[in-house]
Design a protein around this ligand. Structure first.
Ligand code: C2E
Ligand code: CA
Ligand code: CA
Ligand code: CA
Length: 277
């Protein structure tokens, strides 16, 4: 038993070392990727449930690794946050989105909005303040209403005044705020009063059981009613079936996103979709 214990200890440290090494390589590759056209943005349509029109889209970053193929954000966003690289990634995504949305608003739909995921790390960064985005938009003729910032409850939990100031600064300049993954964290209702929230995105976990007789159904409906009374628009994430769509629409949910409408699309494919409607 002793030998086995020693052995498993040996394997344990080896796997720890492998993990750390893999992480370091990934980080090095990611740092390189940003400046070398390996990152790209996909757009997932957000549909107005009443009219079925695409009025918004969420920008989702992807990484085409030269050797490992497509790497999903869940794999590289966490390490980019730990290392601070997320600031460069976010700035890069933001600029892509600015260029694309200006083009699409001119070409196809004047009130199209693109929502961008933002990281708490970026709000805390001293050197590259996220509020610089406002200056960038002004100097590049990007209307403030064209951009929505997705934030998560984790950002608000700190209760940090500087976070709150930044969010109000965006709000004052006309940039909308969407609270992402609502229902998965602490979901403190007080956040909705305290911060300038324009949209609330109900997490796909709730949406996926909305047609079953569960508490999730009751919660979904309660969230929608509450948001409406507070003047906050609701986006349901992860709609995959017609049943979920009908249920949410009947509950009064205004917007939907999910595979039922479309998976995230490359720039060209999303462009083609816009040109058809
Ligand atoms: P999220 O913000 O909650 O994004 C929604 C995720 O749900 C996306 O995964 C999307 O592809 C997926 N999804 C959309 N519709 C459906 C559906 O009908 N069913 C199911 N099962 N899934 C659906 P993705 O693209 O892999 O992104 C994962 C997470 O990575 C995002 O979760 C977000 O937290 C983060 N992320 C993505 N892009 C960025 C970025 O540019 N910056 C930052 N900071 N985070 C990002
Ligand atoms: Ca999101
Ligand atoms: Ca989400
Ligand atoms: Ca998420």
């Amino acid at each position: 038993a002793k030998a086995l214990g020693k052995n498993s200890f040996h394997y344990y440290t080896k796997s720890m070392r492998d993990k750390a090494l893999k992480r370091m390589t990934l980080l090095k590759d990611l740092r390189y990727a940003i400046g070398h056209q390996q990152l790209f943005v996909e757009y997932q349509p957000i549909v107005d449930l009443a009219t079925s029109k695409i009025t918004k889209a969420e920008a989702l970053v992807r990484w085409q690794h030269p050797k490992d193929g497509l790497i999903r954000p869940d794999e590289f966003i966490p390490i980019s946050e730990e290392s601070g690289l997320i600031v460069d990634i976010s700035n890069w995504v933001f600029r892509q989105v600015c260029a694309d949305v200006v083009h699409w608003r001119k070409q196809y739909s004047a009130d199209l909005q693109i929502s961008i995921n933002t990281s708490p790390v970026h709000y805390a960064d001293q050197d590259s303040c996220i509020t610089n985005w406002i200056d960038y938009m002004e100097s590049h003729q990007v209307p403030a209403e064209a951009i929505l910032l997705e934030i998560t409850e984790g950002l608000l939990m700190s209760g940090d005044d500087s976070v709150s100031n930044k969010l109000f600064h965006f709000k004052k300049n006309g940039v909308g705020i969407a609270l992402d993954d609502f229902g998965t964290g602490y979901s403190s209702i007080s956040y909705l009063k305290k911060y300038p929230t324009d949209y609330l995105k109900i997490d796909k976990g709730f949406v996926q059981s909305v047609t079953e007789v569960t508490n999730d159904k009751v919660l979904c409906e309660a969230i929608i009613v509450m948001a409406q009374k507070l003047g906050i628009n609701v986006v349901a994430e992860g709609i995959e079936t017609k049943g979920q769509y009908d249920m949410l629409k009947n509950m009064g949910c205004q917007f939907g996103q999910g595979y039922l409408f479309s998976k995230p699309l490359g720039k060209q494919a999303f462009n083609a979709l816009l040109s058809q409607q």
